[in-house]
Write a protein that binds this ligand. Structure first.
Ligand SMILES: Nc1ncnc2c1ncn2[C@@H]1O[C@H](COP(=O)(O)OP(=O)(O)OP(=O)(O)O)[C@@H](O)[C@H]1O
Ligand SMILES: [Mg+2]
Length: 361
């Protein structure tokens, strides 16, 4: 006969998919009743109507059937406000700076998360497109990936990835929204109806900091940051807040773009950020006959890479992903895995994984 202890032991290995912590540890399992080979229990979710309820149900059933249960009856409930507040407090404790440390845990010296910021000199060269697709490709390669849309005014990541839901908030802790295996945080989640953001200077840096202290990221191998264009305040904030961050510089093949991008590269070097390499975007257009037309000129990426003494990591042609808006996997900017450009991004991700190996835990 199965015992309650065995049930609890088995469920220690079932994790809440959002919080990535065991249901037992989160005190979500209650009221276990066992009659012969039938197990009934209550699962107390963080919020009513939790979108991941079905995944949790499946995992609990699976774990208990492995234990020998023939029938598993689960009743779902939701935490009380007090329980949620307590959980939030314990999650925040994880994210907040440890005693004696000035920075949140994910930014601390011994953090296992590699930060990669994507920068450019000029706007509109495809930073966000590159960040989003690199993040998705790293996730496709099995890595745990976060993405911060650090473009507080010009946020575009949620839209580009086709994210329609808003983050779940538990007490005062925000859970990032997961899409294509990437955990995403953006100012866009907190702005109503695309209203303009009117904060100035110091507020911006504070917001970015909040994205680390108030957001429950869990364990991440890579955190990508989509920077606002140029070498302005925000870019400087990022440099100061995340001194260990590495950088990818995006440019178009046009000589002027790469000239301007060199400034972003120079700033990275001045602030001791390692530049991993250059991505040239909009490199060419492939016409109907399969010929490459270099509509934005040629050689900008190569020239910039030489100037910064780094590798030209990828050249991405012009062409948007062809996606069907009715598809649940629809997104305006993410290339499918089997799309030629999707494959280029996969190669880019593989290069990044080699250059910046995942830190073993
Ligand atoms: N390779 C490409 N082929 C076709 N369109 C592209 C390509 N790369 C980017 N775009 C499009 O170009 C526009 C600018 O790209 P994106 O927003 O990624 O640039 P950005 O550098 O992040 O811009 P900003 O400086 O405004 O943040 C977007 O509409 C995007 O969909
Ligand atoms: Mg952008």
């Amino acid at each position: 006969m199965i015992t309650k202890e065995q049930v609890m032991e088995a469920l220690k290995h079932v994790k809440d998919p959002e919080l990535n912590r065991s249901l037992v540890e989160l005190n979500m399992i209650r009221n276990i009743r066992i009659e012969n080979s039938r197990v009934s229990l209550d699962v107390i979710l963080t919020i009513q109507g939790c979108p991941l309820k079905f995944k949790i149900k499946e995992d609990v059933e699976h774990a208990l059937k492995n234990l020998g249960a023939e029938q598993v009856d689960i009743s779902f409930g939701a935490m009380t406000d007090e329980e949620r507040a307590a959980l939030s407090a314990s999650l925040r404790k994880q994210a907040q700076p440890q005693p004696g440390q000035a920075v949140p845990a994910i930014l601390a010296q011994d953090s296992k998360t590699e930060f990669i910021a994507v920068a450019s000199g000029k706007g509109g060269v495809g930073k966000s497109t590159v960040t989003v697709n690199l993040a998705v490709s790293l996730a496709r390669a099995g890595k745990k990936v976060g993405l911060i849309d650090a473009d507080i005014y010009g946020f575009s990541v949620p839209d580009m990835m086709g994210i329609e839901q808003r983050p779940v908030v538990i007490g005062e802790t925000i859970l990032p929204v997961e899409r294509f295996g990437v955990k995403v945080m953006s100012m866009g989640f907190f702005v109503e109806d695309n209203a303009p953001v009117v904060w100035r200077g110091p507020m911006l840096g504070k917001m970015l900091r909040n994205f680390f202290t108030e957001v429950h990221w869990g364990e991440l191998d890579y955190m990508l940051l989509d920077l606002p264009p140029g070498t302005g305040d925000m870019a400087l904030d990022v440099h100061q807040l995340i001194p260990q961050s590495k950088e990818i510089i995006v440019t178009t093949p046009h000589a002027t773009a790469s000239f301007v991008a060199a400034r972003a590269g120079a700033m990275a070097i001045r602030t001791n950020h390692e530049v991993l390499g250059v991505v040239e975007n909009m490199s060419w257009y492939e016409n109907k006959n399969g010929e490459k037309e270099y509509v934005f000129g040629r050689g900008g990426g190569e020239k910039l890479a030489q100037e910064l003494k780094v590798e030209l990591l990828a050249q991405i042609p012009l062409g948007a992903p062809v996606n069907n808006p009715d598809d649940p996997d629809y997104s305006p900017s993410v290339y499918p895995e089997d799309h030629p450009t999707g494959r280029l991004y996969q190669e880019l991700a593989d290069k990044i994984i080699k250059k910046v190996p995942v830190i073993e835990r």
